[in-house]
Design a protein around this ligand. Structure first.
Ligand SMILES: Nc1nc2c(ncn2[C@@H]2O[C@H](COP(=O)(O)OP(=O)(O)OP(=O)(O)O)[C@@H](O)[C@H]2O)c(=O)[nH]1
Ligand SMILES: [Mg+2]
Length: 313
């Protein structure tokens, strides 16, 4: 009997395929093993995974790599990882505190954050990982910052709209990102919009950087703009949420499958169950909005956010 492999297993397998280092391979294999249903039907797979895991550990030792990833590489969780980059004291940690259950330290002086701290932000029915980082500043920038940033799915520039040093700080961050060969963030998060005079400062920034950045005015303190912040993070990740339903039943409630833009019915089936993918004949398509009514689609049909799929094998 073929193994009934759940979405956690398939997600871990996907991670394994993209693993770039021994410790990432070990991490992914461990997750695959943990997610594998342990019964007679999976005995061969269990043995195979154990063998691969032991080989990966040996390879890691040979290269002198410890099993644990370095502290600055935070494993992705949820729909994607959005890193907050910016000058000291701009409110990166405050935003992570306001939007997630994480509690990074916040203080009125600069260089409070020294290590990356992740937190999970809810957006509707999914979770997006925010990554708080130390500042990128002329006085001091952590040497591992480029590695941490290059691993993020997206990166947002967070500035304090009221900081008189804004322009030179933005310059500095842009220069470093270029030096590290990282793409420039598309969005500038203008934080501390609760302060008197912040609207005027925002206008100036928008004028100076029009066309270069898209602006998200927010206040970690008052909560202004935070729902728009979460929605924008979701859009930047370029993913769609797909739900499944069994024939004749209502759509499954709970967490959707998160797939990249451009994913097809077949990609969705692969996430749900290997057998579906292999044997899939067609799917019927419904939509969260109730707009579609069981339209028959083939495996190459591109899925949209909010689609509900009913697989037929
Ligand atoms: N008025 C106001 N103050 C804020 C806001 N967000 C953060 N602050 C204050 O700004 C200061 C710095 O906030 P942090 O969140 O520690 O800033 P950071 O960017 O993480 O700083 P580093 O870790 O040093 O890079 C603290 O005193 C916060 O209370 C805001 O939206 N409005
Ligand atoms: Mg901080």
């Amino acid at each position: 009997m073929p193994a009934n492999l759940g979405p956690d297993y398939l997600a871990a397998e996907e991670e394994f395929r993209h693993a770039e280092s021994p410790f990432e391979r070990i991490d992914a294999l461990e997750k695959m093993y943990a997610a594998l249903p342990k019964h007679k039907g999976t005995e061969k797979l269990q043995a195979d995974l154990k063998r691969r895991l032991s080989q990966a550990r040996k390879d890691g030792q040979k290269k002198g790599v410890s099993h644990a990833p370095p502290f600055y590489l935070v494993p992705h969780e949820g729909a994607g990882q959005v890193a907050l980059v910016g000058p000291a004291n701009s409110g990166k940690s405050s935003l992570v505190r306001a939007l997630t259950h994480a509690h990074p330290e916040v203080a009125p002086y600069p260089f409070t954050t020294r290590v990356p701290q992740p937190g999970m932000m809810a957006f509707e029915d999914i979770q997006i990982q925010l990554l708080d980082l130390p500042p990128v500043a002329a006085d001091f920038t952590e040497p591992w910052m480029p590695q941490a940033l290059s691993r993020a799915s997206e990166c947002l520039l967070v500035v304090d709209v009221d900081d008189p040093d804004d322009l030179s700080e933005i310059d500095y961050v842009e220069e470093r990102l270029a030096e590290w060969k990282l793409s420039e963030p598309r969005v500038m998060v203008a934080n501390k919009m609760d302060q008197a005079g912040s609207q005027g400062n925002l206008d100036v920034l928008q004028e100076l950087y029009s066309g270069r950045y898209e602006f998200l005015p927010v206040s970690a303190q008052s909560g202004e703009g935070l729902p728009a912040f979460a929605r924008r993070c979701f859009e930047l990740l370029a993913v769609v949420r797909v739900y499944t339903k069994a024939p004749g039943k209502k759509a499954e409630s709970g967490a959707p499958y998160v797939l990249p833009h451009g994913a097809t019915v077949l990609d969705a089936a692969r996430h749900v169950h290997k057998d579906f993918a292999e044997q899939l004949k067609f799917a019927r398509l419904f939509h969260k909005s109730g707009g579609l009514d069981g339209l028959m689609v083939d495996r190459s049909h591109e899925v949209q956010d909010g689609d509900i799929l009913e697989f037929h094998i």
